[in-house]
Design a binder for this molecule. Structure first.
Ligand code: ADP
Ligand code: MG
Length: 623
């Protein structure tokens, strides 16, 4: 045996054959038919297409055919297009850093060609006919283009995904599931490119036909009238950052996470930073585990975002993720906070009989020219939203409001004809929430506005008003105290007594004056003026319980809002309290002026509306 031969057990290193390299790479890019569809559609977009047709068979496993009217591929480049790391989109590292195209890695077609039968037919702009190149794993190298008939653009056809990799074929799910993923990939791309027409056909059945349009119309075509009718328009810009789109009014949030579309520079992404900012922004107004539906487009300077984090490019890395977080959080939070007056676009508030609070909401963010929503489109959007809303409420199909007309905590779940926060109406007169008529069972306020009947959950509404005021007062260090005529005495545990003695100053900042009245007894001498309608002892006990459980520093920082929400809950008018008409009207006016007043502190709706049309329908009037 020669001295240079290694012992038989030592593994040897070999370079892998090209095809196997592509098949390994394909594991990352080609996860399932939907990922092929995404790559091919992105290629068509990068080619400058204005119309893209997608034809699928058997969930995209048997066939994916994409036809576009883009710039096409020159005959001599057809084979290169199928070669790994060959691309027309970047040349240098500098190009990569500012990349504006969807693709740039030059590996999608090669990957697909290694695990399926692929053909490219293309007519390069300016050439007198088209060429076709067929590639089947074994024949990629040395394949020759042949002349073909095609008016313009490119047709890419993928057949029999994983025909040569049976192990991967086993991971494919049912036809229905794979088609579902394809449809989702299609929608994501179509949402971000309203200026391009798309069609989707599956097994010969037309599924979606999307003509070129503006962004709002595209959103409507894909996410539906109901989303548009209950969404708020968001448009903000700060330096190189801009954000626009539609976010659901919290009342209409559901348990489903399905309708959450976030895009960065036109690319659909699932990003932790953005996701966290959105959750935080909705936290104060979302009930329980509900999820907001939204469709948001973030634009950033391409040089400040790395899109080359994952082969499928659904993740990104921001250079300054804090700035992005802040920007998204504030944009969404402000839009959600916009009081009824502003978001309903009606006339400015009239002078009030009773207390008026200056609210701190920023005005509705001004429109900034951005993705497909030029100034006229915004106006068109508002018109559209209005007409959609009107149609939606006119239609008899949502007529079962007998069961749902009166607010209950679960009400927001079912789609109904009740719209707690209407978008602009052309000729609205008087305040949006109208004038009080009566109180129902000591729980609801009934009011009349220009559209019909308004129902307000008085405790929930008051709770939100107080909560917002408490936050404001504490921020401004202006929590005014109201001395009690007769101090309220209550028994206390030794730890509670200790807490009172130790944190007297902090309690005073919060508007409370509590002192020791005897062994095991505390005297409450003053409460925050804002909360004097509530029961003082319950309020003080709730505060001390929070203090014991979380400690002062937590209470004043991370748990501050929870504390204020608890205080607001105990300080708000109790159910069954009789209110006079002026008191009720004052509450309505305050709601109109309060940020987030559509939801109570627990995210439940505070008011709802029955239009005259809806009432007429209840009584089968006029039809
Ligand atoms: P990448 O998109 O990252 O460049 P791909 O493997 O997806 O890599 O595509 C390789 C090349 O093939 C592209 O750079 C482009 O030049 C060309 N190409 C692919 N699809 C089309 C198309 N539909 N129209 C025009 N050119 C295309
Ligand atoms: Mg590509």
């Amino acid at each position: 045996m020669s001295a240079t031969m290694p012992p038989p057990s030592l593994p040897r290193i070999q370079a892998l054959p090209d095809l196997l390299i592509s098949q390994i790479a394909a594991g990352e890019v080609v996860e399932r038919p939907a990922s092929v569809l995404k790559e091919l559609m992105e290629n068509s977009l990068d080619a400058g297409s204005t119309a893209i047709q997608v034809y699928l068979e058997e969930g995209g496993v048997k066939l994916i055919r994409i036809s576009d009217d883009g710039c096409g591929i020159a005959r001599d480049d057809l084979a290169l297009a199928l070669t790994r790391h060959a691309t027309s989109k970047i040349r240098t590292l500098a190009d990569l850093e500012g990349v504006a195209s969807m693709g740039f890695r030059g590996e999608a077609l090669a990957s697909v060609a290694s695990v399926a039968r692929l053909s490219l037919t293309s007519r390069a702009r300016g050439s007198d006919h088209a060429w076709k190149l067929r590639a089947e794993s074994s024949t990629i190298a040395g394949a020759e283009p042949e002349p073909a008939a095609l008016m313009a653009g490119t047709v890419v056809e993928m057949r029999d995904l994983y025909f040569n990799t049976p192990a991967r074929r086993k991971f494919l799910k049912s036809e229905g599931t794979e088609f579902g993923h394809c449809a989702e990939a299609f929608k994501r791309i179509a949402l971000a490119h309203p200026q391009v027409a798309f069609t989707l056909v599956h097994n010969g059945r037309s599924i979606l036909q999307l003509p070129r349009s503006d962004l709002s119309e595209r959103i409507r075509a894909i996410l539906g009238d109901e989303f548009l009718a209950h969404a708020r328009l968001l448009q903000v810009e700060a330096g190189p950052l801009s954000l626009e789109g539609l976010i659901i009014d919290p009342t209409w949030a559901t348990q489903s996470k399905d309708t959450q579309y976030t895009f960065v520079n036109g690319r659909f992404v699932r990003d932790k930073v953005i996701g966290h900012a959105l959750r935080e922004a909705y936290r104060d107004v979302l009930h329980g585990s509900r999820q907001p539906a939204l469709c948001l487009f973030l634009q950033v300077d391409p040089a400040t975002v790395d899109v080359n984090v994952h082969p499928a490019k659904t993740e990104v890395r921001f250079r300054d993720s804090r700035a992005v977080h802040q920007f998204v959080f504030h944009g969404v939070q402000r839009t959600l906070a916009t009081p009824i007056q502003e978001s309903s676009g009606s006339e400015p508030p009239q002078p009030r009989a009773m207390e008026i609070t200056a609210h701190t909401a920023a005005p509705m963010p001004r429109h900034q020219p951005g993705l497909g929503m030029a100034e006229p489109a915004t106006v068109a959007y508002l018109d559209l939203a209005r007409s959609v809303r009107e149609d939606y409420h006119r239609e008899g199909s949502h007529a079962d409001f007998r069961a749902t007309a009166f607010p209950s905590p679960v009400r927001a779940q079912a789609p109904q004809s009740l719209s707690p926060q209407p978008l602009p109406e052309t000729a609205s007169e008087g305040p949006p929430l109208g004038y009080a008529l009566a109180q129902l069972h000591g729980i609801y306020i009934l009011a009349q506005n220009s559209k019909g009947l308004v129902l307000v959950d008085m405790h929930a509404a008051h709770e939100r008003i107080l909560y917002e005021k408490l936050k404001h007062a504490l921020d401004q260090q202006q929590m005014s105290r109201q001395a009690l005529l007769i101090p309220a005495l209550f028994s206390a545990q030794p730890l509670e007594v200790a807490a009172v003695e130790e944190h007297g100053a902090a309690l005073a900042d919060l508007g409370f004056e509590i002192s020791l009245a005897g062994p095991g007894q505390l005297a409450l001498r003053a409460v925050p003026a804002l909360l004097q309608a509530g029961d003082p002892t319950t309020l003080a006990r709730a505060l001390l319980a929070e203090l014991q459980e979380h400690g002062l520093s937590q209470l004043m920082t991370a748990r501050r809002n929870e504390l204020l929400a608890t205080m607001a809950c105990h300080g708000a008018v109790r159910a069954r309290r009789q209110l006079s008409l002026p008191e009720m009207n004052a509450l309505l006016r305050q709601m109109e002026d309060t940020e987030r007043s559509g939801q109570c502190n627990h995210g439940r709706p505070t008011w709802t509306e029955l239009s005259m049309d809806e009432l007429d329908r209840l009584f089968l009037r006029g039809r």
